[in-house]
Write a protein that binds this ligand. Structure first.
Ligand code: HEC
Length: 108
């Protein structure tokens, strides 16, 4: 009995680990796609590729929390509202999540 429970436990843990890794990989691909389709790289750069009128995504990752990144995309007036970055409230929650997970993967 104990052994069965242990096996079930380990199997579900492994399953979760696999699920988790693949959703990170999906977010990564989705975020890169959005950065092109939404024109983020006209202003921001990623890995040296893109515009210079806004901080690079590497700089953003170094100084902003996940909450700040999210606010910037869906609730800009809460951050500073200077209107230099377009509004992205038309994106779905999943798309915003993918961008936030990609730009700032570190927990708060
Ligand atoms: C037209 C230019 C432009 C585009 C397009 C743009 N941004 Fe921005 N973004 C800016 C500017 C400029 C800032 C600096 C803050 C400000 O002035 O609003 C900024 C700030 C940010 C910040 C916060 C940076 C900080 O240090 O607080 C994030 C996160 C961000 N942008 C993500 C994105 C994402 C993701 C996209 C595409 C979905 C995008 N931006 C598209 C111009 C742009």
């Amino acid at each position: 009995m104990a052994r069965t429970l242990l096996t079930v436990g380990i199997t579900s843990l492994l399953g979760l680990a696999v699920l988790n890794t693949s959703s990170v990989a999906m977010d990564d691909a989705e975020a890169r796609k959005l950065m092109n389709s939404q024109g983020c790289k006209a202003c921001h750069s990623l890995e040296g590729d893109g515009g210079k009128s806004a901080p690079s995504f590497e700089e953003v990752r170094a100084k902003r929390s996940r909450t700040e990144v999210r606010w910037q995309l869906v609730n800009q007036e809460h951050r500073h509202g200077n209107g230099k970055i377009p509004d992205f409230s038309h994106l779905s929650d999943e798309e915003i999540d993918a961008l936030v997970n990609f730009i700032q993967p570190e927990p708060e």
